[in-house]
Design a protein around this ligand. Structure first.
Ligand SMILES: [Zn+2]
Length: 553
């Protein structure tokens, strides 16, 4: 027999969302069995769903001649299961310190008041170190195995974010933010020119490609993504040059930006780009609508913009927590899906208050349930009747009742969080499920042993609801697996995420003991601690720099 390369064996319950033909309902796939992963590639190399118990497992090991392999079990009595890692298709790493701080602002004043001052402060690499290590720890702890990050305009800090994702083992797209329009961007935080945007983008691309220089594109953990912030912050020249830059590479570079988030933003785009028929048309004219482009928000798109985006196979990141927090609006996601547009979920930290994609799943469901109180989306085939500034009163876009097809189910939202996101980052066959050949980018979820029985309650009532337990999900024992997953979605949190792997490597773990986490934020080595110490120097700088900035304004 040929020498088997080293594998890790996973045994227990596996929950994912199978790919389904268009028009079919998404359902949970709940399978019990064994699955194995190559240690050298981090990819799934086989599975056997007939393995029902320990003796089956031992027979499987014997049959394959596996010796000294690592076995990871999802324990039934702890209500543990393996679930694909979450994919955050839109997150601003430098804004993480502002999570929860947005007051009653909306997009444009939020940018000026909260966001630009903080982002500009990350020119300080010590502060960037602290911020980026924290956001990586926090997202991994929430089961995010892949994130499409916006960094800042600073090359050094952006490169640092890429290096940290690479060394910490989080799959990531990393974008240096481009913003060169002096009529919108503050003087203290912008690129000097369109050429400056391009030169600095090239510098970060070179740094990121050098992290894994001998590895094929599809195997790389960290990749660059061109990041024009959004149309109002960029000159047409810069946008066109970025479109050109993307095409220089094979495959073309990923691109990310924002679109149609807020009504004042639409007015601004209309005034800045009067010659273009729509917001999406501005990007399209600059060759920025590609199959590898991620457009965040897409709350107020017109029917013709949706048609254009679908025809370019451009992807959309739905950020419901942020859309609600900044009062941007309710994105009609099922309408986008019905038009064949690929959608994933984004936290949009810190417009979004939470780094958790599980929270985005919840908010996506809730927001879709409120849509019926607003308007009926225009039919995919209806004629264009709306201007860039939004639908006209009385038009087809504003009237009528919803029929329920606008509501996202838990299963559909979980699909967006996993397979949807995988397609958005152009890895539909590598991430999001348990098929052979896919990367083991997975989280081990533990709901806990369940509520004690009546006799235990009588013995010691105080223990019935154990507040020291790691799980806030109460399992009574009568729930089906599907119901357990629903309870996790609505009442779970990062304490349920016990282990996280990316490319087969364990990158986050909570201790099984009663002492809480194994180490602060999953620090795994003395080097990690040293990195934190260096970064901690930046904490004091945060207060000083931001305090000064606010006083100046
Ligand atoms: Zn954003």
């Amino acid at each position: 027999m040929e020498m088997e390369s080293k594998i890790t064996l996973f045994y227990g319950t596996f929950v994912d969302l199978p790919r389904v033909e268009y028009g079919w309902k998404h359902e949970l796939s709940i399978r019990h069995g064994a699955l194995w992963v190559s240690s050298s590639t981090g990819r799934i190399t086989g599975s056997d769903w007939s393995i029902a118990n320990e003796s089956d497992l031992q027979s499987l090991i014997k049959k394959n001649g596996w010796h000294g392999i690592q076995i990871v079990r999802a324990r039934e009595e702890q209500n543990e299961f393996f679930f694909p890692g979450f994919i955050d298709t839109h997150i601003h790493a430098p804004q993480y310190p502002n999570s929860g701080l947005f007051g009653s602002s909306t997009l444009l004043d939020w940018l000026a008041t909260y966001t630009f001052p903080l982002e500009s402060a990350l020119s300080d690499t010590a502060l960037a170190h602290t911020t980026y290590n924290t956001v990586i720890s926090r997202t991994l702890a929430n089961g995010t195995t892949c994130a499409s990050y916006y960094a800042t305009i600073h090359v050094q800090s952006t490169n640092l974010l890429a290096s940290l994702c690479h060394s910490r083992g989080q799959r990531a797209l990393i974008g240096r933010v481009c913003m060169d329009n002096p009529s919108f961007c503050p003087e203290y935080y912008r690129d000097e020119s369109a050429q400056d945007s391009i030169t600095k983008s090239r510098e970060t691309i070179a740094h990121i490609h050098a992290l894994e220089s001998n590895v094929k594109e599809e195997e790389r953990l960290v990749k660059p993504i061109l990041t024009p912030r959004f149309a109002p912050t960029c000159s047409t020249h810069a946008l066109s040059e970025l479109g050109r830059l993307a095409k220089e590479y094979t495959p073309p570079l990923h691109i990310q930006t924002h679109i149609s988030e807020n009504l004042s933003e639409l007015d601004l785009v209309k005034s800045l780009f009067p010659d273009h028929p729509s917001y999406a048309a501005v990007y399209d004219a600059c060759a920025l609508l590609t199959p590898r482009t991620i457009l965040a928000h897409a709350v107020h798109l017109t029917p013709s913009e949706k048609k254009l985006i679908a025809s370019r196979k451009t992807k959309i990141s739905h950020c419901p927590s942020s859309n609600s927090a900044l009062g941007s609006g309710l994105a009609p996601i099922c309408d986008l899906l019905d038009r064949g547009i690929t959608v994933g979920l984004g936290t949009d930290v810190s417009g979004g208050y939470s780094p958790s994609i599980l929270e985005a799943v919840r908010q996506a469901c809730l927001v879709s349930r409120l849509l019926r109180h607003t308007k009926r989306p225009a039919k995919a085939s209806s004629e264009e009747s709306t201007a860039i500034a939004g639908p006209k009163p009385g038009s087809d876009d504003t009237e009528g009742e919803m029929d329920g097809s606008e509501v996202l189910s838990v299963e559909e939202a979980l699909y967006l969080a996993t397979r949807g996101g995988a397609a958005v980052v152009d890895l539909p066959n590598d991430l999001g499920g348990f098929e052979d050949g896919m990367f083991w980018d997975v989280q081990l979820i533990r709901l806990g042993p369940g509520i004690p029985s009546e006799s235990d309650w009588a013995k010691d009532g105080a223990r019935a609801v154990d507040s020291s337990s790691d799980s806030a999900v109460d399992i009574f024992g009568w729930e089906t697996w599907s119901e357990k997953v629903h309870k996790w979605v609505w009442t779970g949190n990062d304490r349920n995420v016990r282990r996280v792997w990316v490319r087969g490597v364990l990158v986050h773990e909570l201790d099984d003991g009663c002492t809480g986490e194994r180490s602060l934020f999953g620090l795994r080595s003395v080097q990690d601690l040293a990195r934190w110490t260096v970064g901690a120097l930046g904490v004091a700088a945060l207060g000083l720099i931001l305090g000064k900035r606010f006083l100046c304004e």
